[in-house]
Design a protein around this ligand. Sequence first.
Ligand SMILES: [Zn+2]
Ligand SMILES: [Zn+2]
Length: 275
Amino acid sequence: MQTYTLHTHTVGFDGRDSVQAMVNRARDLGFKEIGISNHLIVNPIIRNTKMYPYAVKGGYSNIYSSSFEEALLRFEPHYHEILTLREQNPDMRILRGMEVDFFQDEKWLEGFYKTIQILKPDYIIGSAHFVEYNGTLLNAHDWKNADIETQDKLLEQYWINIASAAASGLFTWMAHLDLPKKVYLGLEDKWAEHESRAVEAIAKSNTAIEINTSGYKPYCYEPYPSMRILEMVKKNKVPVLISDDAHETKNIGRHFDEAEILVQQMRLKRLHKEK
Ligand SMILES: [Zn+2]
Ligand SMILES: [Zn+2]
């Protein structure tokens, strides 16, 4: 059984609970290690997106920054707090991670490199919650209202983005690979070749993937990614870890037992053998 969790979110970003509360809960579950991976989503037009007003209303707009300078102002005190808590909780390994939205753009890359040189995260999770479309960024949640032709274009671009993110070699692992599933998109078999190209790019760049247990929902009881993708992951010997994507203490370790069975039955390669 995996006794650590590395994909978690805390208050001040879009989580509900403090870092200390998350550490306490992980300890109660018998975990030895927890990593905090709040969102680093930097794009100059992020405040013009359809999603942004909802984030303001919901009180989590801090996950969005127009510049890396702005993101640094949020991450520096946050990382400092984690260091302090590390000293106060010597029985737990507390890591500093981040979940990053990758944008294929030279300016973005330059800013990102500078930022990680300052912050020195222990690991970086790659993701794509947005796709550029018609001069704006559309969040996966917006895609469900688009017409079918547009949805197909968005999905195509999504898989290209995942492949380029992996190819950048910046990320320790890629998050929730088939994220569009949360709005019931990308389920048809015709997406298999797009998924396969992305998984091949992941394998080639020695990037891992997560089995994200936030996918287990009553209406779609499976993690991210689907079995179809997990078969490709196995074939390409891509290492995996189990993530809960916890946004509050009660999510820590959710469905880890089921995901563990999946990893063992499929004989998937693990990212961390020693833990
Ligand atoms: Zn995410
Ligand atoms: Zn997350």
